[in-house]
Write a protein that binds this ligand. Structure first.
Ligand SMILES: COc1ccc2nc(C(=O)O)sc2c1
Length: 240
């Protein structure tokens, strides 16, 4: 997979070259290009924004600059263009799993009041364009959302996680939140590891973990339970 990010703050994307993601890039599992939008300005002030038509607060990012940048970065290769915006569809684990199958992702990071809508409209004729949000809150720009989305996608690529089972068992992969996890010591500040986890009884451990996941999901995200397909819960689950 190749990922390109266009932004006026390239330094914001530096964390993508650290730790797990950095190792995936070094191993050639993913290619990353970060591009400064101002490289496609032609005025002395390198202006990337202008006042909004119709009035209102803030500034809007200019379509001409974005058009030149995205034409250059996208080239002729097919790619999914992703535009983080508070007005976008929710980015979910399902989105990450779908995007993990893409050959190319290009992220356009907005700032100010966002990017002139005609940029999204113009590129919708060239390929898939997703306007997405990472949550019901508003950031200052798209860069942080890109860090979140790139990590969620790249960790799913084959070879990135040391143990691929992790990606299959983490929260949301089966529609439920993960339950609690424990490690040594067996007792810590008067708090003990649940005996079942030390029993060696793998069936009982699996049942206990499933019950804790159901319990946590019901308490914190009942909406996820409601969204489960009818056959997702077996008889033992229903007994829970
Ligand atoms: C101007 O660009 C922005 C501004 C806020 C914002 N908030 C997001 C979110 O996903 O919450 S994406 C995003 C992009």
């Amino acid at each position: 997979m190749r990922i390109d990010v266009v932004t006026i703050f390239p330094g914001y994307l530096a964390p993508l070259r650290e730790a797990l993601l950095g190792r995936a890039i070094e191993a050639g599992l993913v290619e990353l290009g970060v591009h400064d939008l101002r490289d496609w300005t032609h005025d002395v002030h390198q202006a990337v924004d202008d006042s909004p038509y119709g009035g209102g607060p803030g500034m809007v990012m200019r379509p001409q600059v974005w058009g030149e940048a995205l034409d250059a970065v996208l080239g002729e290769e097919p790619a999914r263009l992703v535009v983080p915006t508070p007005a976008g569809r929710p980015f979910t684990q399902a989105t990450a799993q779908a995007w993990a199958a893409e050959e190319r992702l290009v992220f356009a990071c907005g700032r100010y009041e966002g990017i002139d809508q005609r940029v999204v409209d113009a590129y919708a004729d060239r390929g898939p364009v997703d306007e997405v949000s990472i949550g019901d809150y508003v950031l200052v720009g798209g860069e942080v959302a890109v860090l979140v989305m790139v990590e969620a996608v790249v960790r799913l690529l084959p070879g990135v996680l040391g143990n691929p089972v992790s990606a299959q068992e983490d929260s949301f992969s089966d529609g439920l939140l993960e339950g609690p996890a424990y490690t040594r010591p067996v007792s810590w500040r008067g708090l003990d590891v649940p005996d079942v986890l030390r029993s060696g009884n793998h069936a009982a451990i699996a049942r206990w973990r499933r019950d804790r996941a159901l319990e946590r999901t019901a308490a914190r995200r009942p909406d996820l339970l409601d969204a489960l397909p009818p056959d997702a819960l077996d008889r033992a689950d229903r007994a829970f």
